[in-house]
Design a protein around this ligand. Structure first.
Ligand code: AMP
Length: 221
């Protein structure tokens, strides 16, 4: 968890690869549905464009669908979900039914002025979700293409200044209480998210080590 621009997508992708777990990012799933024009995408468009949250019912439905596909048995890293208290309660019920409890909730702490600077002008890969901050250009031969999959990079429509402000407000009002929900249960671990990707990654690995998950086997339940 963490505010927009905290580095959730980058770090969750890395963690999932390192632990052979599924990376389930609700924002990526919604953007993909929008790009391919499915009914889910059509329903989600106005929320994504305005930086507000897609209704809980819709998001819970799509997470449950993927959980049923066997993701819960394989181990998973949730990214950008849950974002509201009802979503967290829905997830608790879903995981109880599946007998797959959460190992922990990692919270990336990044001050608002830092995330505003990071989000303005960042480019993302529409295919694999890799993120390229404004100050870091991909070293690929052909500029403006993703290093990993060569797709043309784009600027996310919700990375405009007014939408960034709205997304931060939504985080403060709707998602911060979810952190409290997990703090009360002793599951939340806050990690400093300011610094280079590798530095933050080491802090996350240390936090995961303290959860008793020191390797891929530890992450697989
Ligand atoms: P993200 O890629 O996580 O920054 O999400 C981008 C946008 O997708 C958000 O601003 C919301 O409109 C929508 N979204 C992603 N995850 C959720 C969620 N768990 N609940 C509601 N809306 C979401």
């Amino acid at each position: 968890m963490g505010p927009p621009g905290a580095g959730k997508g980058t770090q969750a992708g890395r963690l999932a690869r390192a632990h052979f777990a599924a990376h389930m990012a609700t924002g990526d799933i919604l953007r993909e549905a929008l790009a391919t024009g499915t009914p889910l995408g059509q329903e989600a468009r106005r929320y994504l464009d305005s930086g507000t949250l897609v209704p809980d019912r819709v998001v819970l439905g799509l997470v449950e669908e993927r959980m049923r596909d066997g993701v819960a048995q394989q181990g998973f890293v949730l990214d950008g979900f849950p974002r509201t208290v009802p979503q967290a309660e829905g997830l608790d019920a879903m995981l109880d039914r599946l007998g797959a409890p959460l190992d922990g909730v990692l919270v990336l702490a990044v001050p608002e002025e830092v995330v505003v600077g990071r989000l303005g002008g960042r480019r993302t890969c529409p295919d694999c979700g890799s993120v390229y901050p404004a100050q870091r250009r991909p070293p690929a031969l052909e500029d403006d293409r993703c290093d990993r999959c060569q797709a043309a990079l784009t600027v996310r429509s919700d990375d405009r200044p007014e939408t960034i402000r709205r997304r931060l407000e939504v985080y403060r009002e709707e998602t911060r209480p979810v952190v409290a929900h997990y703090e009360l249960r002793g599951l939340a671990h806050t990690v400093d998210g300011v610094g280079e990707v590798d530095e933050v990654a080491s802090r996350l690995d240390a936090a995961i080590g303290r959860l008793g998950m020191t390797g891929p086997e530890g992450a697989r339940r």
